[in-house]
Design a protein around this ligand. Structure first.
Ligand code: FAD
Length: 388
């Protein structure tokens, strides 16, 4: 089966790539191992940045059937409140099975040819060609791998889907809605090392989870149980935990987002914010960039141009990841970490800044040297006061 573009994976990255390319008139094969709707382990926190990309790429507005808006925010450290607002910038909470099904439907409506559920038995990244278990063979001048953190396309290109020294890991559980009376979103920066815990209210349930850099949390289950105990002691004590886990590429992005005529987008390219854990926005944006690069390259009759065009567009996202990684290394470092909660408490501007980042009102690039110096001064001040 000949197409102009094969997209592997129809999460936010793949659906965005397929939609953009199909709208531009390309014949797109959109391959997924699952039929939609399907589940995806995720907090389902849709930031202001994600909302912008949803409108821009998918023409999707925040409708109440898909999203629960929340303005109440609590920032905690090991169960203690250290900041927050009742009039925080709006975050939207969603269930991924419904959210992803909507994005997938919009890629299909744009004209993408869906091949799902499909089991891939071989990927030839040179031609590029994909062989399916039912014997079908898909061929196109360009392929986009958008098959998530455990990407088979990245494995076919580089021998492994991610760097185990850098990867993040998260555990989650869906809880009864009546566990919290209001719609407060909580982030607890002390619930895991180099990561955090979250309570995200949804329409009909609550998602509670912990996540962080895998190597720094050898017993993530213990962090999870402790955090669950703070919110639902009866469940934690019952021992009947039905939590699920998944890897998330917490800022360990691939400097080379693919090779030759194979581009990687979203989690398969490692595009998750290393501090906030936000991956949906960058998945959609990188998917759209990849789709646009393929459209431009094929219309010039130069499939080999897709990769350099895509790499150039990704520069901004990579710069954001680099800036966030530097801040993460500072605030989670061993000498600073014990002082971080106190500094946040003394300086509410720090938690306001965090909220503005989540809301997409500000990027790391906007922080500038002045804000970073203030962050270092606040942290240093707290450390000195403590020492005295
Ligand atoms: C516990 C946890 C909590 C998170 N919470 C948040 C949050 O609150 N907010 C946020 O913004 N981000 C969050 N993230 C990150 C976010 O889930 C990801 O960054 C985002 O889903 C990446 O989108 P993607 O399209 O790249 O990959 P995915 O959403 O993983 O989609 C990949 C697609 O590829 C398909 N696929 C996989 N393998 C194959 C195969 N072999 N053949 C064919 N198809 C295949 C899958 O079925 C899937 O449809 C969280 C992640 C985790 C693990």
């Amino acid at each position: 089966m000949h197409h102009d573009l094969i997209v592997i994976g129809s999460g936010p990255a793949g659906a965005a790539a397929a939609r953009v390319a199909a709208l531009a008139g390309l014949r797109v094969a959109l391959v997924d191992k699952s039929a939609f709707p399907r589940d995806k382990l995720c907090g389902g926190g849709v930031t202001g940045r994600s909302m912008r990309y949803l409108a821009e790429i998918f023409d999707l507005a925040p409708t109440p059937d898909l999203f629960l808006p929340t303005n109440q925010f609590r920032l905690a450290f090991e169960g203690r409140r250290i900041g927050g607002q009742d009039d925080a910038p709006t975050l939207h909470m969603t269930m991924r099975h419904a959210f992803d099904a909507e994005l997938h439907a919009r890629a299909v409506a744009a004209g993408a040819d869906v091949i799902a559920p499909a089991r891939i038995t071989a990927i030839d990244t040179g031609s590029p060609t994909v062989t399916l278990a039912d014997g079908r063979v898909l061929q196109a001048p360009v392929m986009i791998g958008a098959d998530g953190a455990n990407s088979g396309v990245a494995r076919a290109l580089f021998g492994r889907p991610f760097d185990p020294a850098q990867i993040g890991f998260g555990l989650e559980i869906e809880l009864d809605r009546d566990l919290t009376p209001d719609n407060t979103t909580e982030i607890d920066l002390g619930a895991a090392n180099w990561g955090y815990g979250w309570v995200f209210p949804k329409n009909g349930s609550i998602t509670l989870g912990v996540g962080g850099v895998h190597l720094r949390n050898p017993d993530m289950k213990a962090h999870f149980t402790r955090y669950l105990h703070q919110h639902a002691p009866h469940l934690a004590d019952s021992g009947k935990l039905r939590c699920k886990g998944a890897f998330l590429p917490f800022g360990a992005y691939r400097k080379e987002p693919g090779r030759g005529s194979v581009l990687l987008a979203g989690d398969s390219a490692g595009l998750v914010d290393p501090i906030t854990g936000e991956g949906i926005a960058w998945a959609m944006k990188s998917g759209a960039y990849a789709g646009q690069a393929v459209v431009a390259a094929l219309s010039a009759g130069r499939p080999d141009r897709a990769m350099p065009l895509y790499r150039a567009e990704l520069r901004y996202i990579h710069r954001e990841m680099d800036a966030a990684r530097r801040i993460r290394a500072l605030i989670y470092s061993r000498p600073v970490r014990p002082h971080f909660p106190r500094a946040v408490q003394r300086h509410p501007a720090m938690s306001r800044g965090y909220l503005r980042l989540l809301a997409g009102e500000m990027d790391y690039a906007d922080l500038g040297p002045k804000v970073l110096l203030r962050l270092i001064r606040n942290l240093g001040g707290s450390m000195l006061r403590r020492a005295r």
